[in-house]
Design a protein around this ligand. Structure first.
Ligand SMILES: C[S@@+](CC[C@H](N)C(=O)[O-])C[C@H]1O[C@@H](n2cnc3c(N)ncnc32)[C@H](O)[C@@H]1O
Length: 321
């Protein structure tokens, strides 16, 4: 472990947020990298492949719920609404809402992954030529305000894909509060969250038999090698999904197969055999807990819809301050 002072000196050598996060995260007693950095272009492609896997139930469950709930959401939103999607990725679920809304004024997809964001907007614009599209490449944790969007209608925030589960409870309150302030008075927010607690379903969903999730996780090492002059030996690490029943979260790790040393931006990091980098947490929030978190963030529950197995939930909230 390195001291706080040397951590500061270390971070000075990184001139990107990615570099700073990796140098800081690899200096911690439990090595870690925020899951946001899994999504470079290749990572976003691999995530799309994951959503098609038989083991990955959340996407299918959420699409089925949106098919049933989009018209009621559109009713609440009213005419000329602006749809603002956080972590939009491929925007595969978006057409369900855009088709249901009455004369939507604009669509504002926000994602950290520029190429996928732009590709998906081009596809959507072809399908919805009359809707103004304002894509925004940004980290939604750091975003303070949305680009000026003048419209007579309400703003409907959309946060699908259980991406909120990448935050722990307190971070989720903080993020949902930011969304409330960004979306402004009278806004609505639709959020998809997973409540599954059964490790027999969760572990295959995060460690599939074809190894796609493993490739998604390993891609982070390739990205560090490419963008941060890293020397990770990909085969020296193995993907592992773990379920933490106390914290109610699935964790993804990259576990070192043997003792090794790795360089990143000229700094050396040592790994013992079996030591891991924690690359993603996926918290599983049940409806009572999730609605309580959202209330603390300034959102009043209006409706919720569950899939047939009562695992996945889509919530609709209204701003309460
Ligand atoms: C779990 S995927 C969900 C994708 C899509 N919304 C869906 O429902 O299938 C998370 C998405 O959020 C994006 N993302 C992750 N962290 C982000 C951040 N801090 N700021 C903006 N986008 C982020 C990723 O690039 C990715 O597209």
């Amino acid at each position: 472990m390195i001291s706080l002072q040397s951590t500061h000196a270390l971070l000075d050598t990184a001139d990107t947020a990615f570099g700073r996060d990796v140098l800081f995260g690899l200096s911690q007693p439990q090595k870690q990298v925020p899951c946001t950095w899994l999504y470079d272009h290749r990572g976003a492609e691999l995530f799309e492949d994951i959503t098609l896997l038989p083991e990955y139930y959340p996407t299918r469950a959420e699409v089925r719920i949106l098919e049933r709930s989009a018209s009621l959401m559109a009713h609440f939103a009213g005419p000329q609404a602006t749809l603002v999607e956080f972590g939009s990725g491929s925007s595969r679920k978006t057409p369900l809402l855009l088709s249901a809304l009455e004369s939507p004024a604009a669509y504002v997809p926000i994602d950290i992954s520029a190429q996928v964001l732009l590709e998906s907007v081009v596809g959507l614009q072809g399908r919805f030529p009359h809707i103004r599209m304002n894509p925004l490449v940004a980290d939604f944790h750091k975003l303070k305000r949305l680009p000026g969007m003048k419209s007579a209608g309400r703003r409907l925030g959309f946060f699908p894909g259980s991406t909120v589960g990448n935050c722990g409870p307190e971070e989720a309150v903080d993020l949902l509060g930011k969304f409330a302030r960004m979306l402004g008075p009278d806004a609505l927010l639709a959020v998809g969250a997973d409540a599954t607690q059964d490790p027999r379903l969760l572990l295959p969903a995060y460690d599939d038999s074809r190894g796609v999730t493993a490739a998604f996780n390993h891609n982070l090492l390739w990205r560090i090698n490419r963008e941060l002059a890293g020397t990770f030996d990909d085969v020296g690490f193995r993907h592992e999904a773990r379920y933490d029943a106390v914290r109610q979260r699935v964790e993804m790790h990259l576990v070192s197969r043997h003792a090794q040393r790795v360089q990143v931006l000229g700094h050396e990091f040592r790994f013992a055999r079996g030591e891991s980098i924690h690359t993603e947490s996926s918290y599983k929030f049940g409806p009572i807990k999730f609605q309580a978190l959202a209330k603390r963030a300034g959102w009043t529950p209006l409706a919720l819809w569950m899939d047939d197995a009562s695992r996945f939930t889509v919530y609709l909230f209204e701003r309460s301050f």
